[in-house]
Design a protein around this ligand. Structure first.
Ligand SMILES: [Ca+2]
Ligand SMILES: [Ca+2]
Ligand SMILES: [Ca+2]
Ligand SMILES: [Ca+2]
Length: 229
């Protein structure tokens, strides 16, 4: 009886370990972002994305499809443009000399979908650069089922003149792959930039997980010894 309950406990522990390692989606950010050097260090395998679309060539990479909106630049929209700061060649607190993705209805939001074929990216990120109110970040798996839905408050600076201190990276990793991400904000329009994807770094079991695994092995040893007696 005691042996059976111990085995049950070990099974429970091992299934917990399995779940935490198989890893559901993990959200990175929101973190300040003035250039691609601000991509969180642990986000991509090898430290860099496979594709980073900064929109400065006035087109969207063919492996990405945007739901709504358009690329805007200074020549048409002046200081209303809110690109990632470094895209104009200088990190100077201003992004209006670069290009960004803009949609007038920020609450309706913008999706970027991976359409590149082959395996889905396991790390997918974007930079929110302007808008108002609470910001919602969502991600969807290969079946277009929502795997992330988070709301972030207190980020917008209330200015619409290309200021960059408020700009935030938001990303998601999932070993099962990510089909698309969506960002919206409650007030005004929305601007996004540096749409990017790649492969996530392999998940490393946490110290607590190692301790559980060691405990489990010890327990299995004890049961084996007892059964031999
Ligand atoms: Ca700048
Ligand atoms: Ca840009
Ligand atoms: Ca702003
Ligand atoms: Ca901004």
């Amino acid at each position: 009886m005691r042996t059976r309950s111990l085995i049950g406990l070990l099974l429970a522990i091992s299934s917990t370990v399995g779940t935490s390692q198989a890893g559901a989606a993990a959200v990175f950010g929101p973190t300040p972002y003035l250039s691609s050097a601000d991509i969180p260090a642990a986000f991509y395998e090898g430290g860099a994305p496979l594709v980073l679309e900064d929109l400065e060539d006035n087109s969207v990479h063919p492996s990405l499809a945007a739901s709504q909106g358009m690329i805007i630049g200074f020549s048409q929209y002046g200081q209303l443009v809110d690109s990632v700061d470094a895209d104009d060649g200088a990190i100077d607190g201003k992004g209006f000399n670069g290009r960004s993705w803009f949609r007038g209805d920020g609450n309706a939001g913008v999706s970027f979908t991976y359409v590149g074929g082959g395996p889905l990216p396991t790390a997918f990120g974007i930079v929110w650069t302007d808008g108002g109110g609470a910001i919602t970040f969502q991600a969807f798996d290969g079946n277009d089922v929502k795997i992330v839905d988070q709301v972030f408050n207190g980020i917008p600076d209330g200015l619409f003149s290309g200021t960059t201190e408020e700009d935030r990276f938001m990303g998601v990793t999932d070993p099962g792959g990510i089909l698309r991400i969506r960002v919206s904000n409650l007030a005004g329009g929305i601007e996004l930039d540096h749409i990017q994807y790649g492969m996530m770094t392999a998940p490393v079991p946490e110290p607590g997980t190692w301790a559980l695994m060691a405990l489990g092995l010890l327990g299995i040893g004890a049961v084996a010894r007892r059964q031999r007696c």
